[in-house]
Design a binder for this molecule. Structure first.
Ligand code: ATP
Length: 195
C-alpha cells in the first residue's frame, strides 16, 4: 500500500481533488473534516475542550466556533493548546482508518497543513494542488461567507505555492475546469501505480 498526501492552499481545490479520487474508488481521509467531527463527537476530546475553554465551547452539543475564535483571537496560545488536544486524536483516528483500508493499493490523506504539521513525512508521495491567487480568492468568495481581506490573511499565514511545490512529487494545476482536473488526476494515479 502507498500513502499519498494531498495538500494545497486555501481554495486551491484539495476537496475537489479528493472527491474525484474518491469517485475513482480510492479511500480518502479528510483530516480537516475528521478533526471537526472528532471535536463534536469524541467525548474525551469534548471534555478536554470544555476544561480549556469552559462549557460555552459547545452550543447544542456542537463546537461553538464563534466563541472559540473570539477567545483564541485574544489569546493565541490557547489555539496552540487546542491543536495539541486535537492532533493526537486525529492521528489515532487516521491510524485506525489506515488499518481498515489496508487492502487498498493506494490511500490518500487530504490535509491543509500536511507539510507544516510534519505529517508529510509519513507519506510515500505528495500531491500539491495549485491555482492562481486570484482564482482561489474568487472561488472561496463564491463558496464561503468571507471577505477577500480575510482570505488574503489566511493565505499569508500559510506556506506559499512555491514552498509547497518544493515538497511535491506531483503538482496538480487546478486553474482549468473539472474535466481537465479528472484527466490530470488519472494520469498521476497511473504514474504512482507504475512507480
Ligand atoms: P479549503 O482549503 O478552503 O478547504 P480546498 O483547497 O479544499 O479549499 P475546494 O473546496 O476543493 O478547495 O475548492 C474551492 C472552491 O472552488 C469550491 O467551491 C469548488 O467547488 C471550486 N472549484 C474547485 N476546483 C474547481 C475547478 N477546477 N473549476 C471550478 N471551480 C472549482
Amino acid at each position: 500500500m502507498l500513502k499519498i498526501g494531498i495538500t494545497g492552499g486555501i481554495g486551491a481545490g484539495k476537496s475537489t481533488v479528493s472527491r474525484v479520487i474518491s469517485s475513482l474508488g480510492y479511500p480518502v481521509y479528510d483530516s480537516d473534516q475528521r478533526a471537526k467531527w472528532l471535536m463534536s463527537n469524541s467525548d474525551l476530546l469534548k471534555d478536554e475542550i470544555i476544561k480549556l475553554f469552559g462549557k460555552k465551547a459547545f452550543l447544542n452539543n456542537e463546537l461553538n466556533r464563534t466563541f472559540i475564535s473570539n477567545i483564541v483571537f485574544k489569546k493565541p496560545v490557547l489555539l496552540e493548546e487546542l491543536n495539541q488536544l486535537v492532533h493526537p486524536k486525529v492521528a489515532s483516528d487516521y491510524n485506525l482508518w489506515v488499518n481498515e483500508n489496508k487492502k487498498a493499493a493506494l490511500i490518500f490523506k487530504e490535509a491543509a497543513i500536511l507539510i507544516e504539521s510534519g505529517a508529510y513525512l509519513e507519506m510515500d508521495k505528495i500531491i500539491v494542488v495549485v491555482c492562481s491567487i486570484e482564482e482561489r480568492i474568487n472561488r472561496v468568495l463564491s463558496r464561503d461567507k468571507i471577505t477577500a481581506g480575510e482570505i488574503k490573511k489566511r493565505m499569508n499565514a500559510q506556506l506559499s505555492d512555491e514552498e509547497r511545490i518544493e515538497m511535491a512529487d506531483y503538482v496538480i494545476d487546478n486553474s482549468a475546469g473539472e474535466k481537465k482536473l479528472e484527466e490530470n488526476i488519472k494520469g498521476i494515479i497511473g504514474k504512482i501505480l507504475k512507480s
